[in-house]
Ligand binder design. Sequence first.
Ligand SMILES: [Ca+2]
Ligand SMILES: [Ca+2]
Length: 223
Amino acid sequence: MVCVMAASSTRATPVVGSITNWNTGGLAGWSNSAPLGTAMMTLTNLNEGGGQANFLRMAFPAIPMSITNDMMYSSLDAYTGDLTGMGIRFDFRSFNYIGSTTLRFKALDGDIWDWSFDSASENLWETFDTSFLLSEGWDRFGDVESDALLLADLSTITAIGIYVQTGLGAMDTQFYDLDDWEYWETGNEIPEPGAVCMLCGLLLSFALVQRKRLRELYLQRAA
Ligand SMILES: [Ca+2]
Ligand SMILES: [Ca+2]
């Protein structure tokens, strides 16, 4: 199992709307292994050309006789915004082997929360997206869950990232790729002007039709 989390010596508050895209090289403060995985993989910034440009790659050595796991992650200070409306979006690719993959975070009290996601196939970039609500499928590692427990732990996130576990018999080096890591928040959306105009137009036409009908009804009765 490999977990990629972003870890850094300087912890940061997640900035809603900012995207970590690794396009300028380097690991952007991300690390692997501690505090959640076993130091199995190597993290690199890779550019293979094409639309995805640079991304974060974790490579697991071929270990045919045992399950391997690790995590790429970043460390975060508590997020002080409205966590009930917050989520994470990221691009992920299981390059040559599909392991068990979860979005994982660890809280100050040691609790670990997982949101499982699956690559549809090898060598396919996919966008995954979830909010921090229990109904999205968050699983508290080996313990009971509730939205209250989840929200409490969200306020003390110490590490957050991607955890990967590979299966038995992986004879080749296994690669997992991450890009465009973004925190988002609901409730801040401003309707696009076009959408607003369309809505106003619909309401206006509806009102005009109703007015015409009322007038016709009035004239019928008056006749
Ligand atoms: Ca990128
Ligand atoms: Ca807790």
